[in-house]
Design a protein around this ligand. Structure first.
Ligand code: SUG
Length: 441
């Protein structure tokens, strides 16, 4: 079999990164609502994270930010104004929440961009890509169409099969790879789909369950996954109510390693089933279970230990964890224990700007298993290189604000500043002059 590698595509943080408290059920977003953000610092933190992965020898890519603000959406919603300034003023006065939504830089959490099945798993031997509809929140639902377009541009050609987002309705709520874990067995992949709600059975009572079983099943079906390659498990409703709005806030898997909290899954035998199914494909699962006694769900949500990435390096599996884990006695103790159970090393990264909106290292990346020829087919604009890092840092220093307060979203100068930044970005990444909506207008 040709060498298949897991590549991470991190969302480049957009210039309008801000804290608007838009995400229901996401504790960090609610806690930091209204605070000033630091967009320049945020994009640089993201670049530093990509640099750290690249230095470990892990293939790294990036996804460009989306166009914000979506002034077209403001107009669709009935806001009017003779010019842009008047339009922004009208929205700011009447509905600051809507203004914040059309400004959200949430596409940075690219784990939610799509669910991707590698070519080795699918019936037609192509890489299947399903952009997420993100229908559970208005600000994130705005991502789907542009994500689909961007992924089609960045993963071109016959080797990639692009699906449309699922129907954007609660029955098919889909949040992408944040609820999808790919485990790599000698006999191919096992894709674990985790949903928060099905048409019957228990549901959370406080916060919404964003991913449905019907959505996960539809994705697996259209990707042509054979039954032995797909497993569907329900998340514990209590965990969702405690702030675990995606499965990747309480479990993470990579290769043959699965790090999970005992409160992650509803079924007692969930991980036993993963182990069994993985074994049927010739794999031996390494299960790293974390008990509530070691780390409470609340502390897991606060530190985002499970939103770490596990990556393969020459030395073995390495955990890419948020800095918050290093500062928590309980989370640090878990990491130390894992080092005696096969974990080669851990790196603690500062992605605090993203963390304050509920996005840790794993949220910031979309992972894709790719063969050599598939990697070669990717648009060069999605490649991360140290040279490009330097160019992007200089670009961000030129264009991004140091600070952005929610009230400043009404600043009539902001949309023009952002368009200048994105226009230059399309040149830096060779994305063409028609990548963004404003370029096509
Ligand atoms: O959907 N936060 C995002 C965070 C997504 C994290 N992704 C994963 N766990 N994979 C969300 O809740 C906050 C935006 C704001 O409040 O300004 C936000 O959308």
């Amino acid at each position: 079999m040709a060498t298949r590698l897991e590549m991470n595509f991190d969302g480049l943080v957009g210039p309008s990164h801000n804290y608007a408290g838009l995400a229901i059920g996401n504790v960090a977003s609610a806690t930091h609502a209204g605070q000033a953000s630091a967009p320049r610092r945020a994009v640089i933190e993201g670049l530093e994270k990509m640099a750290a992965l690249h230095a470990l020898g892990v293939p790294q890519g990036l996804l460009p930010p989306q166009e914000r603000p979506r002034l077209d959406v403001l107009r669709e919603l009935g806001f009017a104004g003779a010019d842009e300034a008047a339009l922004l003023a009208a929205a700011a006065k009447e509905a600051p929440g809507i203004l914040a939504a059309v400004y959200s830089a949430s596409a940075m959490w690219s784990a939610n961009a799509a669910t991707i099945s590698p070519s080795g798993d699918t019936s037609d031997g192509r890489v299947h890509i399903s952009p997420a509809n993100l229908q559970s929140s208005f600000h994130r639902s705005l991502e789907a169409a542009d994500t689909a377009r961007a992924l089609a541009r960045l993963f071109p050609g016959e080797r990639f099969r692009h699906h449309a987002p699922l129907p954007a309705t609660p029955a098919f709520g889909d949040e992408g790879a944040a609820n999808h874990t790919y485990l790599d067995a000698p006999g191919g992949g096992l894709e674990v789909f985790v949903f928060g709600r099905a048409s019957s059975g228990p549901t959370p009572t406080r916060f919404p369950a964003r991913q449905t079983r019907a959505a996960s099943e539809a994705v697996a079906r259209r990707h042509g996954l054979a039954p032995e390659r797909a497993l569907f498990l329900q998340q514990r409703p209590e965990a969702i109510d405690a702030g675990v709005f995606h499965n990747d806030v309480i479990a993470v898997g990579h290769g043959r390693w699965l790090l999970w909290h005992e409160q992650a899954f509803l079924a007692e035998d969930a991980v036993a089933r993963i182990r069994e199914r993985f074994a049927a494909l010739g794999g031996e699962l390494v299960s790293w279970r974390v008990t509530s006694e070691e780390l409470s769900v609340a502390e897991a949500v606060r530190t985002y230990l499970f939103n770490s990435q596990i990556v393969s390096t020459g030395a073995g599996p390495v955990l890419i964890a948020p800095k918050e884990c290093e500062e928590s006695d309980a989370a640090r103790a878990v990491v130390e224990r894992l080092k005696g159970e096969g974990l080669a090393d851990a790196r603690f990264l500062d992605v605090r700007q993203s963390m304050r909106n509920g996005g840790g290292p794993a949220c910031l990346r979309l992972r894709v298993q790719l063969g050599e020829e598939e990697r070669a087919a990717i648009h060069p604009g999605a490649a991360y290189t140290p040279e490009r890092h330097a160019a992007l840092k200089a670009w961000a220093e030129k264009h991004y604000r140091e600070e952005l307060k929610p009230a400043e979203l009404a600043d009539p100068r902001l949309p023009g500043e952002i368009r200048a930044a994105l226009d230059e970005l399309t040149q830096l990444l060779d994305l063409g002059g028609d990548f963004y909506r404003f370029q096509r207008a």
